[in-house]
Design a protein around this ligand. Structure first.
Ligand code: RB5
Length: 146
């Protein structure tokens, strides 16, 4: 899969580990930054990742900050992005199956690297179920034009 990743300083270590893991698994990864530990602003990276996913340049996005929250709040302002903050494998699967989430947001200060890897595997391994879920997504997607 084509995966675009981003983090701020608070998510750099976890993102770096997950990028390496994704590449070992054979995914094509584009990492938009940040690339060093200097303090920076999470919206700058969430916007780049969100636009890449919404525009079709990537299949999925991965955003990591301290909590995942700021990344999701920012990315979800981009039409076409469905970003989910996830801290367990059940939600990782369910948000793909029911919400067709296309950006996974993780908190480095919330989940350890082992669990984060499992969450990422669960997210990428699940498929959108469509059906009744598609109509619900259409309802909230319509708000992008309201
Ligand atoms: C940075 O200190 C922190 O606020 C950021 O990484 C993130 O948790 C925001 O949502």
């Amino acid at each position: 899969m084509r995966i675009v990743t981003g983090s701020d300083h608070g998510g750099l270590a976890l993102k770096t580990a997950l990028v390496a893991r994704l590449r070992v698994q054979g995914h094509q990864v584009v990492d938009v930054g940040t690339h060093d530990a200097a303090s920076c602003d999470y919206p700058d990276y969430a916007v780049q990742v969100g636009r890449a996913v919404a525009g079709g340049a990537a299949d999925f996005g991965l955003l990591v900050c301290g909590t995942g929250q700021g990344m999701a709040m920012t990315a979800n302002r981009i039409p076409g992005v469905r970003a989910a903050v996830v801290a367990d494998t059940f939600t990782a699967r369910a948000t793909r199956q029911h919400n067709d989430a296309n950006v996974l947001c993780l908190g480095e200060r919330v989940v350890g690297p082992g669990l984060a890897g499992d969450i990422l595997d669960a997210f990428l391994g699940a498929n959108f179920e469509g059906g009744r879920h598609a109509g619900r997504i259409a309802k909230f997607t319509a708000l992008e034009k309201a």
